[in-house]
Design a protein around this ligand. Structure first.
Ligand code: ADP
Length: 303
């Protein structure tokens, strides 16, 4: 970790100074972009270049617990090693006496979770566009033997061009050897695959594909398939594959078939990424490459 020699300048003073290799850089802190489990995210502007970033700020005091620091180190190590247009770019990281700062590519059109709240649910054309982008992101990560393990709407961000960017590598891990099964129970309740809930079985790449299925259902239906106020009930529903397609929400037979073939309890029965790409849902019509900004609030026009 880079050691700042300027411990007295902290984020509370709205400006922080970082000792880079060549020269010092000043940043001004802008609006808050969001809050996560242990980070606050702010807009940060490089005062020299005027270039804007998203800065994930983590209080060092919150890292007191041994595993939290270890997790942050893993997040940084994995995130800075991946380079894909669908992944939030990792720019830099540094620290002062109070915080650790991770400078990320700014995604100023919010997350898919925020978009869904405004829109209630998305059209299948939009779902096709986002899911196709997500498919290529997961394919890239899995080709590097990386599991993301926290694919969900609030980690899918939109940049100024409405391109999808996956962020938050806080739960990511690397498969170290062929056939390795991870056993740490982690993820976000709504999106957790059944095998992740059982440390005995262990999980691998198929867990991200399950989350892809949950994202697909949620975008089209407007709420996650296994949702319940009670997490125990939610886990029971996930374990027993208890979900339904509400009769009052329109869904095409192709979309329904895709979701059903992904939300399979046995990871071995789940569609693979290649099978997903070949599925009729992605091959029945021309999928729009770009979605206009207006879709943040209103559905795209049909023509
Ligand atoms: P945590 O690791 O603590 O869960 P996240 O990485 O999920 O934190 O970030 C929390 C929130 O901050 C996100 O849900 C999003 O609203 C916002 N955010 C994170 N990264 C960016 C970014 N690169 N651009 C814009 N907003 C971001």
């Amino acid at each position: 970790m880079i050691n700042s020699e300027l411990p007295n300048l902290n984020i509370e003073e709205k400006i922080i100074k970082v000792n880079g290799d060549i020269s010092s850089i000043f940043y001004s802190k802008g609006k808050e972009l969001g809050k996560g489990g242990f980070a606050q995210v702010y807009e940060l502007t490089n005062l020299e270049t005027k270039f804007k970033f998203a800065a994930k700020i983590i209080k060092k005091s919150s890292l007191a617990e041994g595993r939290t620091l270890q997790k942050l180190m893993t997040e940084i190590k994995i995130h800075r090693s991946v380079h894909h247009k669908g992944i939030v770019k990792f720019n830099n990281f540094f620290e002062d006496s109070e915080n650790i700062y991770i400078l990320l590519e700014l995604c100023n059109n919010g997350s898919l979770s925020e978009k869904l709240k405004r829109r209630r649910r998305l059209t299948e054309l939009e779902a096709q566009n986002y899911l196709l982008q997500l498919h290529s992101i997961i394919k890239y990560l899995h080709s590097l033997k990386i599991l993301h393990r926290d694919i969900k709407l609030s980690n899918l961000l939109l940049n100024e061009f409405m391109e999808l960017k996956l962020g938050d590598f806080g739960l990511a891990t690397k498969i170290e050897f062929e056939g390795e099964r991870k056993r740490t129970i982690c993820g976000t309740p709504n999106y957790i695959a059944p095998e992740v809930l059982s440390s005995k079985i262990g999980h691998s790449f198929e867990a991200d594909i399950w989350s892809f299925g949950v994202v697909a259902y949620t975008l089209i239906i407007g709420k996650p398939p296994f949702e319940s106020d009670d997490v125990k009930v939610m886990y029971m529903r996930i374990r027993t594959n208890l979900y339904a397609f509400p009769s009052n929400v329109p869904i095409s037979s192709e979309a329904r078939d895709l979701i059903e073939k992904i939300l399979q309890t046995d990871p071995g029965n789940r569609l693979t990424l290649d099978q997903i790409a070949e599925h009729p849902f992605f091959n029945r019509n021309t999928i729009p490459k770009n979605l206009p900004l207006s879709t943040l609030c209103i559905p795209p026009s049909k023509n």
